[in-house]
Write a new protein. Sequence first.
Length: 277
Amino acid sequence: MKKVFVLLIILSATLLCYSHSNEVSRYSKEIDCDYPLSDEISTWLKRAEADVDLEKYKTIIRNGDISAIERPYLNDLQLGVLSKTELKLFRNLFYAKKGFIFSDDELSKYYSQFEWYTPTTKNVNFTDLEQSAIDRIKIFESESTIEYDYENRNIIWEQWNGGADQRGFLLKLNKDKTFEFIPNQGINRLIKIEGTWSISKNKIILSVEKEFVYFGGYIADHPNTPYIGKATPGIITFEKPIKITLPLNETDVDKEYNLTWSEQWIMLGSTECYISE
């Protein structure tokens, strides 16, 4: 009888633990993912670097992949793909990683599905890089502060990179509502993306239809800069366009540095940009 009683206690405790660990957060339902996704990704992504994957952060959020935010140099295109719920979960992933005790029960339930989450403190400290990443996510969570007044023109927005030798990215917004985004000259397997664009709630919405990338090859050393050699260019076409949302905000960088070569400066996402010739 004693053995039976002990077994019942163990069984009850096991069931309670199982029930707690599988409690599904409202946020999981909002991002249409009750459980973390598997690590399986498409064949083309396995042959290319993660920075051509526009939905990379979605995978990180769903898998609770804290190893991916060890050195968080975030990408505006990948941030712009996230929904409001996903942005909130991504920002709080930095807190959860450090064992933060959330007052939002739904956040607690969401991160409790991951074995690494152990809530222990209400006080957490971030490195400068982590804080910069959190602040960048907040920009995408916030509403735009300015209107876009250039819909009837062909405009090239260029990233201001502080006077570095290499050019920043170029975003070409055409008045026929097509766009072309060309990344900066750093080593990147992403060549460009194309599609259509629109304005919604004072934010630029890029609907990505094609992604031009390099497959394979290697990064070769060069006296001035490395480059990708013997890679094969390819095109990824999306049956359902991937939408990237870029908030619009004011910037004073032109006044701060007395930059007079452009008629207009704005913040596209988290990046200072100017109208390029």
